[in-house]
Every structure is written in structure tokens, then in C-alpha cells.
Design a binder for this molecule. Structure first.
Ligand SMILES: Nc1ncnc2c1ncn2[C@@H]1O[C@H](COP(=O)(O)OP(=O)(O)OP(=O)(O)O)[C@@H](O)[C@H]1O
Ligand SMILES: [Mg+2]
Length: 277
């Protein structure tokens, strides 16, 4: 059934989001994603791991259709959601199918109050009564309830991250695409946010794809992980398998055989050689 040899697991009924050998090209002919295959089981948290510029965001943008707003297209392969082909759909159409993308960088509406900002997430998909919607998100984010009358622009980075997740949640997505939520936050705040994401995943059955450079934190909550380098998946597996992989330990966790080095210190040719061998 699959073209790509990279798919290691058989397609199961639970695999409701599938990327098969997906290639993404931006105008003019800039090939960024070079044949990525992934399977996402319903109700799971899948981590997309990798360093700067490796293609994590572009994969999320391909799923959500956001590449279409950046002169990008899926030029090979396909993306299937609930048995339906979604590659190259416009982002509003993908959102209506139940996939919501939370951009990296925490874009809040600085002039709105926290409450108004959250409620802007109802726009276009008015399934929920605003009052119920707020109660729903405040249950998971009590901190936002405390801050509800404050302008979004005055929130801390962690609170703004909570806000953009809350705003995405009230459109009641089936799949949440979370781009780099930990960036620039204190470890304690990252823990708080990741704990909430895990809780929502468990209680609401929300499927999450989490793009993260923070490999350790991401693997603490993920059910499965994919390592992205140079627009390709170079390794995939359970958190346990990835955490025990010597290359992951060397380059992403800084605890491996080579001592406390980080992947930034390692020449990319060496990395590539190791991944492939
Ligand atoms: N619209 C675009 N046009 C051309 N090239 C792009 C475009 N968007 C991304 N790229 C390139 O694709 C590569 C992957 O970028 P991407 O943003 O997906 O990486 P990333 O893994 O999310 O990195 P980061 O951790 O820094 O967010 C980069 O080299 C980037 O310059
Ligand atoms: Mg990114």
C-alpha cells in the first residue's frame, strides 16, 4: 500500500493521520521536505524532534495547509486524514476538518484581554457556547482564568503560550499541531505546559503532534517520536528507544559516550554519517 520504505509500522485503523513520502517545495523550486513518512495514531502524542532549520515547522505547515500561504506545495507523496487526502488543501479547509496549528512564536492579540483573545478562537467554527468554551479551557489553564481581564500583551511568555494553546482548543480540534511551545521558557514553566498538554490528551483524547528542539521534555510526554534532519526522518521510535539511542544521547541530550557535548558542537557531516550507518 505504501510507496515509502520508511514506514515501519503497518497501517492500522487507529492511524488516522498518515504522511506518505511527502515532499514540500517552496517557490521557486526550494525543496525543503524530502520524502517524509509518518503515522499518527488517534489519541497519541507524537514528537517531531530536531535542531534549527531541519524542517519540523514545515512538516506541521504541510499538514495544516499553511505552506499554501507561503508559496509552498506538497509536490510528491500524500497526506491522509481520516481516510481523506488533505495535502495542498487551504488552511481554513484543514481547520474545518479538525486539525488546528499553533504557530511557533506565541502570537497573541496584544490589545485584547486574555478572555477576548481566547474567544477569538471560536471564529469560523462556532461549535461551542462561549461560556462553556471558557469554562472548558479555564479548567485546564487556571492561570488564564486569574489573568482573564488583563491584556494579552502583558502576559509572561509561559502564559502567552498557554493562551495560544487555549485559543486553539476552543475550536475543538481532533488534532493539535503544536510548534515549539517550550522555546525560551524556564524548565518549570515548560513542565507546567507539557503536563497540561498531556492531561488534555488523556482526558479529551486529543491527538497532538509536537515539534520540539527540547528532545528530553518532548519525549517525556510523547508516545512516539520522529527525528528530523535536513528535511528527512532519520530515526523514529518509542521514547524509550530514542532516549537509549547513543546518537540521540550524544547530539540531543548531551549525555552520551562523547561526554557533555551538544549537537550544535558537532559537525553536520559527522552527524549525517552516523545517522545513516
Ligand atoms: N517559505 C519558505 N521558503 C523557502 N524556504 C523555507 C521556507 N520556510 C522554511 N524554509 C526553509 O526550510 C528549512 C526548514 O525550516 P523549518 O522552519 O521547517 O525548520 P524547523 O525545524 O522548524 O526549525 P526551527 O527549530 O528553527 O523552528 C529551513 O532551511 C528554512 O530556511
Ligand atoms: Mg520551527
Amino acid at each position: 500500500m505504501f510507496i515509502s520504505p520508511k514506514l515501519t509500522r503497518d497501517a492500522m485503523p487507529g492511524n488516522f493521520l498518515i504522511l506518505n513520502n511527502v515532499e514540500v517545495t517552496f517557490d521557486p523550486f526550494i525543496l525543503v521536505i524530502k520524502g517524509v513518512s509518518m503515522e499518527v495514531e488517534k489519541g497519541s502524542i507524537v514528537a517531531l524532534l530536531g535542531a534549527n532549520g531541519m524542517g519540523k515547522s514545515t512538516i506541521l505547515k504541510a499538514i495544516s495547509g499553511v505552506i499554501r500561504l507561503e508559496r509552498g506545495r506538497v509536490t510528491k507523496g500524500y497526506i491522509e486524514f481520516n481516510g481523506r487526502r488533505i495535502e495542498n488543501m487551504m488552511p481554513d479547509a484543514v481547520a474545518r476538518l479538525g486539525i488546528t496549528y499553533v504557530h511557533e512564536g506565541r502570537h497573541v492579540f496584544e490589545e485584547l484581554t486574555v478572555e477576548e483573545d481566547i474567544l477569538s478562537g471560536l471564529y469560523g467554527r462556532r461549535k461551542m457556547d462561549p461560556k462553556d468554551a471558557l469554562e472548558f479551557v479555564y479548567n485546564y489553564f487556571p492561570r488564564l482564568k486569574e489573568r482573564r481581564k488583563i491584556r494579552s500583551g502583558y502576559l509572561s511568555g509561559g502564559e502567552q503560550q498557554m493562551l495560544v494553546i487555549a485559543r486553539a482548543l476552543i475550536s475543538q480540534p481532533d488534532v493539535l499541531l503544536l510548534d515549539e511551545p517550550s522555546l525560551g521558557l524556564f524548565p518549570s514553566v515548560i513542565n507546567e505546559i507539557f503536563d497540561i498538554v498531556k492531561k488534555i490528551n488523556e482526558y479529551e483524547g486529543l491527538t497532538v503532534i509536537l515539534a520540539e528542539q527540547n528532545v528530553k521534555k518532548a519525549l517525556e510526554i510523547a508516545d512516539y517520536g520522529y527525528v528530523v534532519e535536513g528535511g528527512k526522518i532519520v530515526l523514529d521510535g518509542t521514547p524509550e528507544k530514542l532516549m537509549n539511542n547513543p546518537d540521540v544521547q550524544d547530539y540531543y541530550l548531551g549525555i552520551g559516550r562523547a561526554g557533555r557535548i551538544s549537537y550544535q558542537d558537532v559537525k553536520s557531516y559527522k552527524r549525517r554519517k552516523r545517522w545513516i550507518s
